[in-house]
Design a protein around this ligand. Sequence first.
Ligand SMILES: C[S@@+](CC[C@H](N)C(=O)[O-])C[C@H]1O[C@@H](n2cnc3c(N)ncnc32)[C@H](O)[C@@H]1O
Length: 300
Amino acid sequence: MAAARPSGAGVPGRTALPERTIGAAWRQARSRLAAAGVDSAAAEASWLLEAVTGLAPARQRLHPDTPLSTSQRRRLARALERRCAREPLQMVLGETEFYGLRLSVRPGVLVPRPETELLVEHALADLSEARPTTVIDVGTGGGAVALALAARRPLARIVASDVDPAALALARRNARALGLALTLCRADLLQHPRLCAAARSADLLVANLPYLPESDRGTLPPELAWESGAALFAGREGLSVARRLRAQAWRALRPGAVAWWELDARNAERFAREALAVGWPQAGLAADLVGRRRFVRLVR
Ligand SMILES: C[S@@+](CC[C@H](N)C(=O)[O-])C[C@H]1O[C@@H](n2cnc3c(N)ncnc32)[C@H](O)[C@@H]1O
């Protein structure tokens, strides 16, 4: 799904070419980014310059008089325009790092977030290294979680699904680039014969699905306007998609299978309580790095 583009963004050629040396261009970029409301303007100015010149930030500081070619200045101008329109930095750079993997990103597909690395950590703790296992990643986006699990558990068969064909195309591209095997499937949650079959023998299901309440629309940082709303919002409470998957997983998974969910801290506990009430034998919560309990572990 195409991301909403904030109005006035990205008119080519509107910005004059940046300064001619690295040091001067960095100062100029930093002040433009700060004026656009970007929090880490100094660091981001260095990263944009690194993308354009190939020079790491430390080398940029050591050699501020290094000249920029006209083509480098044009690329920097375009990158600055996009970032000043509050397009996420990772989209401007075209890539991000997740769990030690370099992944391509594209507008409209959710940029994997650092906190989701904890979902991977939790899932790995439940996944044998010594024997073949089956894992289902529902709502895989660009494949971040599925690929991180595939990289750490070479014996696992990983089946990853998404409802959005653009997300699946990106996941396929990332898998190819990393030489990792994923079985990709376009489906509404588990509603696909291949996913239902995989679920019957699955050891683990992971899901980082949309979990924000609709009421958050309009209160979020401008960067989120570049991501698909269908990847972010899930009804009035933020639980509509997760609840639907929980009901499907209850029917599809075998007893003993584990399901890990990333949810909003405002509703993870309620989700776990509801799971116990509808018969899941075990439900636990885990915190993120700042202590918010937002990962839920259910045992079928
Ligand atoms: C928050 S994003 C997370 C993407 C990825 N799991 C990650 O951690 O980076 C949620 C993903 O769920 C997908 N999604 C939303 N509703 C879905 C549904 N009903 N069935 C399958 N995927 C869905 C979206 O297209 C999006 O790629």
